[in-house]
Design a protein around this ligand. Structure first.
Ligand code: BGC
Length: 801
């Protein structure tokens, strides 16, 4: 097994969906699923191409109601390429699925170079055997270009070989079965055309967002006959006829270019796409430049463990992360779609998942992290509007965000188990704003980018803090502030069993994070240079009285406890215990406990049963010191074992319905129980590569979980954190790993190498680093000079002190 290769042997239509998602190629500007070039959407295959930030909104009618949804648009398919031998059947799923015609099949994704290869041999009824090798890339060098090279060898025959190379703009958004009742016709064809010689193109517009999309393809082969075929709107092809000679390789090169009317330095996307394909070099040169671009990325992604099996999955996760958001994203106005650019689940929306993505990027590609924060900053006016509409000050960010930053969360969802469409209250997850504020602050800590903070970050942080201070109501009897009617990260609880209106009171995660964010907002005010601060306060109309209120709420937010642990929300203690054993026995996999209970006419709201970490997210995001400080500020004296007790309490009451869940629990368990922690870590590594959520990977990767595993190695196993101006390293190396190595960029310094083994920590600075860096581990601190290094002993992979 290579740490850089994802390989599949044999062709299995049932497995295609997952392979397509995992073999997606992309460059941050667009991505194309790893579908067979000859396949169309047929229930097994789903060739999707998604352009970052290209959304469209359509109305649909379900159960008699009109619902409006915004989708990440499935763009025209540039891939189609198929062949046939002597007027036989076209190569396609029927040929691939027949054991008499398919002789061998292999597919490999080279993660280091970003190349998808397919090798197959097939035969026709007359015994003619044909061999095909295909290589595909979506250029990391030139974000508008993709290429497919096909080499065909007639093994034991000579004769007529037909090749059809097409562009298909008839595609719809139909990749998720649960959304099948929803309108997915986002593309309106505009024009198609072709040169007899090599190039065809098509243009279309999105139905309501009116984005022009153009794709052109140049197909080169030494053909006897070349014709364009144009049988219907939205589809155009080149039909090429080649005289194949036994044993002689025929190479077909398809180079495609994709543009939209939103691209910069472009007059008209159709022309841009055509010019680009005309000017493009051949496959080999494109490949060389693409490989060099990937090489540069990987040099900045030094994150290694000394276990091949683990490293391979971590590489896969970093690979998909960089294909979703890359250096090409920096110039775009896009956020982090929860399912990558890899499928249509969650409609390409942006949730809170960047929380798991940014820590990795910030310490390697701060410019990408910054651009993702700017996506939020540009949507601050919309978030302000939403807050005002809800009767509050400040900014209320949407739980699901897409094109313009309005709330995109669906109001109805389908339970496939019961077939019922149900109200969806998940927009009540106001905590998304807290995640954004947290990300702003951590970005500032890790980069020291004071300009970003002053220009953009401070305003977001203050407006979010303001919203939460205003959302909180004062309970005079308790002398506490309370936040009512929200949902925490655990989406299986959206209300009280005996209350009609949805929402929960005093969700601990929301309340504690709000208090923490309020403190950071006050810090920011203190940090900004006087003139910038006065300017900002004036612009926001932030009065001294309001600042006093922020301060007051940050000290008096209510946190409810029961049985010596933090309660997930007020009233949690009164819920019933679920019969976990009984449900496991009856259903086996109970990760979608919400669907199971609803289908039984019951509801998770009645039980102490969570989808994913909720209270425990606090311990994931905040260090022990930060937890102690914030709880003390709120007037609590946390018992020394509060974190461990709370973790031990909620873990058995969680069914890991989200891929984020095992990840967060693996992190927390790493403090206490090595074996459990390792099992949970392996479970989160397996989320997509093992499709552990039964079919959901086919609908798109789980980017938060992918990035989260990498983050776990960095922030938990190596223990890197960036609070203040000191690089803290507090390792917790598991027994399953002998060494973790990281190469980091910290506060503008490139070239900080960290190696953690069970017996020692070593930090080395490249000579090129401009300034000394202060490092702290287990109570010891050191100042490392450029070119210098520092070692300190560890005991079983943890600080000895
Ligand atoms: C999780 C959310 C997450 C979303 C998108 C849901 O299943 O519960 O926490 O943000 O998926 O990844």
């Amino acid at each position: 097994m290579s740490r850089w290769l994802l390989s599949y042997r044999g062709y299995d239509p049932e497995a295609e969906g997952v392979r397509e998602a995992l073999c997606t190629l992309g460059n941050g500007y667009f991505a194309t699923r790893g579908a067979q070039p000859e396949a169309t959407a047929d229930g097994f295959h789903y060739p999707g191409t998604y352009i970052a930030g290209c959304y469209d909104r359509l109305a649909s009618t379900v159960v008699g109601r009109t619902v409006v949804n915004e989708d990440l648009v499935n763009a025209p398919n540039w891939l189609p390429l198929t062949v046939r031998v002597e007027n036989g059947p076209w190569l396609g799923p029927a040929v691939l699925s027949s054991s008499s015609s398919l002789l061998s099949y292999r597919q490999e994704l080279d993660l280091r170079r970003g190349v998808l290869t397919r090798l197959l041999r097939f035969a026709d009824e007359a015994g003619r055997v044909t061999r095909m090798a295909q290589r595909r890339l979506v250029s990391m060098d030139d974000p508008h270009v993709a290429a497919l090279e096909t080499t065909i060898v007639a093994e034991n025959w000579s004769g007529r070989l037909e090749i059809r190379s097409a562009l298909d703009g008839r595609v719809t958004n139909a990749g998720v079965d649960r959304y099948r009742l929803l309108n997915g016709a986002h593309l309106v064809p505009a024009s198609e055309g072709g040169h007899q010689s090599e190039t065809v193109w098509l243009t279309c517009r999105t139905a309501t967002s009116d984005v022009g999309i153009a794709v052109a393809a140049r197909t080169r082969v030494d053909a006897a006959d070349k014709r364009t075929a144009h049988e219907e709107r939205g589809w155009i092809a080149h039909d090429l006829v080649v005289e194949a000679a036994e044993g002689v390789a025929i190479t077909v090169e398809k180079v495609a270019a994709l543009y939209t009317s939103r691209d910069r330095a472009v007059e008209e996307p159709g022309e841009a796409a055509r010019t680009h394909t005309d000017r493009a070099t051949g496959f080999d040169e494109l490949l060389e430049r693409h490989t060099l671009a990937w090489g540069r990325l990987w040099r900045r992604c030094q994150l290694g463990v000394d276990r091949e099996d683990v490293q391979r999955v971590l590489n896969l996760h970093m690979f998909h992360l960089l294909q979703t958001v890359s250096e090409h994203t920096v110039d775009l106005d896009v956020g982090v779609p929860a399912r990558g650019l890899h499928g249509e689940a969650y409609r390409g929306h942006v949730f809170w998942d960047e929380l798991f993505v940014l820590p990795f990027l910030t310490l390697r590609f701060p410019e990408i992290a910054r651009s993702l924060l700017l996506y939020r900053s540009r949507r601050l006016p919309e978030a302000r509007w939403a807050a005002r509409e809800a009767g509050h000050r400040g900014a209320m960010y949407p739980w699901q965000s897409g094109g313009d930053g309005r709330e995109e969360t669906q109001r109805l969802h389908l339970n496939p188990r019961s077939g019922r469409w149900l109200p969806d209250h998940s927009h009540l997850q106001r905590h998304v704003g807290l995640a954004i504020a947290h990300n702003v602050w951590r970005f500032y800590e890790a980069t020291g980018d004071a300009e970003f903070l002053a220009e953009y970050g401070a305003e977001m942080l203050l407006e979010i803090a303001r919203f939460f201070a205003d959302l909180a109501t004062y309970n005079r009897t308790l002398d506490r502030y309370e936040i009512r009617g929200v949902m925490g990260p655990d989406e299986y609880h959206d209300g009280y069993p005996d209350r009609d209106e949805p929402g929960l009171d005093n969700n601990a995660y929301t309340n504690v994070m709000a208090a923490w964010v309020l403190c950071r907002a006050l810090d920011v005010l203190a940090l900004l240079p006087g003139d910038r601060r006065d300017e900002l306060r004036e612009r926001l109309g932030l009065t001294r009285e309001e600042i006093t209120r922020l301060e007051d709420v940050s000290r008096k937010m209510r946190v409810v406890f029961h049985d010596g642990v933090i309660s997930q929300f007020e009233g949690y203690a009164n819920l019933e215990e679920l019969d976990w054993e009984g449900y496991r026995h009856r259903y086996g996999d109970i990760r979608r406990l919400d669907r199971i209970l609803e289908a039984e006419g019951d509801s998770p709201n009645r039980y102490k049963a969570s989808k994913q970490a909720d209270v425990l997210m606090l311990f994931h995001l905040l260090s022990r010191e930060e937890i102690d400080t914030i709880l003390a500020r709120l007037g609590h004296t946390p018992a020394p074992d509060l974190i461990n007790r709370t973790t031990a309490y909620y873990l058995p009451r969680t069914c890991h319905g989200s891929t984020l869940s095992s990840l967060v629990h693996a992190w927390l368990m790493a403090r206490v129980d090595g074996e459990d922690a390792w099992r949970l870590f392996m479970d989160s590594l397996n989320s997509d590569i093992g499709d552990s959520r039964h079919g959901t990977t086919a609908e798109g990767i789980h980017l938060g979980a992918m990035a989260g595993t990498v983050n776990l190695v960095q922030r938990c196993y190596a223990g890197i954190s960036t609070q203040g101006t000191v690089l803290h390293i507090d390792p917790r190396l598991p027994a399953g790993v002998g060494e973790v190595r990281l190469g980091l960029r910290y506060r503008g310094h490139w070239g900080i190498d960290v190696s953690v083994r069970h017996d020692r920590l070593r930090v080395a600075l490249n000579p090129g680093v401009a300034f000394p860096i202060e490092v702290a581990c287990g109570g010891e601190t050191a100042v490392i000079e450029p070119g210098g290094s520092w070692e300190t002993p560890l005991l079983d992979g943890r600080p000895a002190a």
